[in-house]
Ligand binder design. Structure first.
Ligand code: SF4
Length: 610
């Protein structure tokens, strides 16, 4: 059938073209309509301005209490001790709970991530508690300040400060002060508040506190599942923390004009305030803070206290490595459904992450970025090959930054390791950041910023590949952009490592039962993996478990916490490694028994010393 075409003249089909004047008029009309709809037509545009904080003056130090929180109780106790030792009043906020989360939702912005609700609500909840105890709001705002870390990161962490202020304002504490420690600026960052000064003693005290908190935290989770006497670890660690806190609080800060031999002290007194004297005093303070006898003695005392815990290394337990968002993987409360406590109750050994990894990550990032934009930041551009002077200066500028950060990295890692060694070598050393970046790079670019960046993926690969855990549990807060990104990538990562047991859990104010049940299921697999590993190792030794147990019972030194059980490559569980070692000892003993008398005595002596 032929198709009939009806020709409509173009001028009838299209609307007549609008004049420029008409377009502008329509645009203005639509803009006004939208502004009125959003309630933005009631006056001049008001841009957000950061509120001017009331200063925290030095004269207030004696009466104002600094509040802080959000870490583990081990970190918080040592940090509090340093604050107190530097002359500040300081209180720790309670561990954030579900009601704090709800308060955070009530007073904060919508659409925040889980840690924001918990931490912001926790502060408001505590201030409300103080109010309920009879303190007026003015008294609270005048006598308390809150100290927290700030950032300008691409995730919501950059908005924490604004969130605190908004929630405080909505809850009626608008005059309350929030002091910020800008994490990107490090110890240099004066908060701008003369009441809180970042002196050498304060900075190094915090440095020691952070290391102690990290290491004690890892140790307690490493020891408790194997304790021979139930409850002993918690009791002993509380005492050991007291020992460490006492020295951090009570140690006298080094002063050259008091603590050097009199003839030198006199010279320092005469030149007090001179540039050289300030330098000398600062350097000696550093030495005293890191290597001084009070610190070394406290470490030794804590080491001895912890050494009273006897362990049974034959308990077969799956090792669960915790990764995830910074706060979710560190808090010990409702913020992650009390996950560590739950895992231990279910028979697992929890491998936690130190804050030190995050510090090292930030230093590594500065170096890696400096390297990546190397020639973009050159002082002299378009330098010709014969302009050696300019080439050398460009190179020097670049290297200077790399060296400075490199030295910082080495010092941090070395000091961390020193404390690990002083406390019996139970915690692990910090993982090399370059290695982590290389492991992550095929899956997640190391320059993708926000949250933990590439670390979640890198740790998952590192701990699985090196067989340092039976299962990886990622704690991802509800609404966390960077963790969601990582979790998306993790499914690709899991495809590359067939032996990987990886479980991401979204933490929020609700859904604890659901989360626990998912963890239970994955943990079931990890338990089977740990048990199989143990059985295989036992079979390889050719011994009966009963014989191993008898040998251990005859050698009580094997129940000593500090007894060094070698780690065999590819063997994850503590029990499996222990069986291999005990079997080795039994074999050596048998071999020695067969030797002629003089040789036997020598070897027996050597074995006893070993
Ligand atoms: S990393 Fe995630 S949970 Fe943490 S502050 Fe950023 S967005 Fe929030």
């Amino acid at each position: 059938m032929p198709v009939t075409r009806i020709d409509i003249p173009l001028d009838k089909l299209a609307a007549p073209p609008l004049s420029e004047e008409e377009i502008q008029r329509k645009l203005a009309h639509e803009r006004a309509r939208l502004a009125s709809m959003m309630g933005l037509d009631s006056g001049p545009v008001r841009h957000f301005r950061r509120p001017v904080e009331r200063p925290f003056g030095a004269e207030e130090r004696g009466k104002v209490t600094i509040l802080f929180g959000g870490l583990t109780w081990k970190h918080e106790r040592v940090i509090q001790a340093v604050f107190k030792g530097c002359g500040y009043n300081c209180d720790i906020l309670p561990v954030p709970n579900v009601s704090a989360f709800q308060i955070g939702k009530e007073y904060g912005n919508n659409g925040q991530c889980n840690p924001t609700y918990f931490t912001v609500g926790n502060l408001v909840q505590y201030l409300q508690f103080l109010h309920s105890q009879g303190l007026s709001k003015d008294e609270i705002c005048d006598n308390y300040v809150f100290f927290t870390a700030g950032s300008c990161g691409p995730c919501r962490f950059g908005m924490y400060e604004a969130e605190y202020r908004l929630a405080l304002q909505n809850a009626g504490f608008e005059r309350f002060r929030v002091l910020l420690f800008q994490q990107n600026d490090g110890v240099k960052a004066a908060s701008g508040e003369a009441g809180l000064k970042f002196t050498v003693d304060f900075g190094l005290g915090m440095f020691n506190a952070l290391n102690l908190g990290d290491i004690m935290n890892e140790m307690i989770y490493r020891i408790r599942p194997y304790e021979a006497e139930k409850g002993k670890t918690d009791k002993v660690f509380a005492e050991a923390m007291d020992t460490l806190c006492t020295v951090l609080k009570d140690r006298k800060p080094f002063e050259d004009h008091e603590d050097l031999p009199e003839w030198l002290a006199k010279k320092c007194r005469e030149s007090k305030g001179a540039k050289w004297e300030v330098w000398v005093n600062s350097l000696l303070k550093v030495r005293e803070q890191l290597y001084g006898n009070p610190y070394k003695d406290a470490l030794q005392a804590a080491h001895d206290q912890i050494g009273t815990i006897a362990v049974d290394r034959l308990k077969v337990k799956p090792v669960v490595k915790i990764i995830g968002e910074f706060w979710a993987q560190i808090t010990e409360g409702d913020g992650n459904f009390h996950m560590f406590e739950f895992l231990e109750r279910e028979g697992a050994q929890v491998l936690v992450e130190p804050i030190g990894t995050w510090v090292m990550y930030m230093m590594y990032q500065v170096k890696a970025r400096n390297l990546a934009k190397r020639h973009l930041t050159d002082k002299y551009k378009n330098v010709q090959p014969w302009e050696l002077h300019k080439l050398a200066l460009n190179e020097l500028n670049f290297k200077k930054k790399q060296w400075m950060i490199g030295i910082g990295e080495r010092i941090y890692a070395r000091q961390y390791q020193r404390v690990v060694e002083a406390l019996g070598h139970i915690a692990h050393e910090l993982v090399d950041q370059k290695e982590l970046a290389e492991l992550a790079n095929p899956f997640y670019n190391e320059f993708a910023r926000g949250g933990e960046g590439h670390l979640e993926v890198a740790k998952n690969v590192y701990y699985t590949k090196n067989r340092l855990c039976h299962m990886v549990l990622a704690l991802k807060p509800f609404g966390c952009m960077p963790s969601s990104q990582s979790d998306g990538v993790q499914s690709g990562v899991a495809n590359h490592f067939k032996e990987m047991i990886f479980l991401p859990i979204e933490t929020s104010g609700e859904g604890e039962i659901n989360a626990h049940s998912r963890v239970q299921m994955a943990l079931g697999e990890a338990k089977v993996k740990a048990r199989m590993e143990f059985e295989q190792v036992l079979e390889k030794t050719g011994k009966r478990l009963g014989d191993i147990k008898d040998y251990v019972a005859d050698h009580p030194e094997l129940c000593n916490l500090y007894y060094p059980v070698p780690h065999v490559d590819g063997v994850t569980g503590i029990a499996a490694n222990f069986v291999l070692h005990v079997s080795d000892l039994m074999d050596r003993k048998t071999r020695i028994k067969r030797l002629p008398a003089p040789k036997r005595e020598v070897q027996e002596r050597e074995l006893a010393i070993a």
